[in-house]
Design a protein around this ligand. Structure first.
Ligand code: PGA
Length: 253
């Protein structure tokens, strides 16, 4: 009932010309795939050019961050209307790299979620524990806190537009993937939490992506788990071949 959703987080990679080339190659490779929602999230500087390439295709566009004001004296920030105007349907919010290096907190993540949900953009909301937190046995406590604090005040009518990306920080960019069982356990925990915070209908509608070294080789066993509804892919999304393989795997399940 939930459609798979595979999104590529390009992070701070690809110049304008490189981004256009990758978007073109990907579009051709996934042409005709209709059982999976597909998105690419290039850097801000490549949003407009890639949106032209993927127009009228099955590939959608997302950004990697957004600010909660519409306009004004906020040097270096980008607003929701700007992203919509650039052709975005999605935006990643609260990625662990933003939390780690740029001071994002559950509160700023919550403000961004509220703002985005008041628009036509759809958020991809990232949560996940560090290695230290996992080893201390507090994974569920951390994820619960990230979700309850950021979703505070978000009404049930809006919540199913959120995609949650569970991304254990120790698995991001490290080549170490959570086992399918480890990932499924946290995904099921998140869905139960959403049932408590909202209701079982809302919880069953929300897509929960896994992120952290997902690639063409491990995607199938992860995506076969009942509560894993897709992936947020970093490294493996930087090549059209490997990203398209993951999408084709999802399409075949
Ligand atoms: P990775 O990144 O696939 O390179 O681990 C995932 C992410 O950070 O979204």
């Amino acid at each position: 009932m939930r459609r798979f959703f595979i999104a590529g987080n390009w992070k701070m990679n690809k110049t304008g010309a490189e981004a256009v080339e990758l978007a073109k190659a990907l579009k051709d490779k996934v042409d005709g795939i209709d059982k999976v929602d597909i998105a690419i999230c290039p850097p801000f500087t490549a949003l407009v050019s890639t949106s032209e390439i993927i127009k009228n295709s099955n590939v959608q566009l997302g950004a990697q961050n957004v600010y909660w004001e519409d306009q004004g004296a906020f040097t270096g920030e980008i607003s929701v209307p700007m992203l919509i105007n650039a052709g975005c349907q999605y935006v990643i919010i609260g990625h662990s790299e933003r939390r780690q290096f740029f001071g994002e907190t559950n509160q700023t993540v919550g403000k961004k979620l509220q703002k985005v949900l008041d628009s036509t953009l759809n958020p991809i909301f990232c949560v996940g524990e560090t290695l230290n937190e996992r080893q201390s046995g507090i994974t569920e406590k951390i994820v619960q806190q990230q979700i309850t604090e950021a979703l505070n005040g978000i009404p049930k009518e809006n919540v199913s537009r959120i995609t949650i990306a569970y991304e254990p920080v120790w698995a991001i960019g490290t080549g170490v993937t959570a086992t399918p069982e480890q990932a499924q356990d946290v995904h099921a925990f998140i869905r139960n939490l959403l049932t408590d915070l909202y209701d079982s209908k809302a919880a069953s509608e929300i897509r929960i992506q896994y992120g952290g070294s997902m690639n063409a080789a491990n995607a199938e066993e992860l995506l076969k788990k009942p509560d894993i509804d897709g992936g947020l892919i970093g490294g493996a999304a930087l090549k059209a071949d490997s990203f398209a393989e993951i999408i084709k795997t999802a399409n075949s399940l």
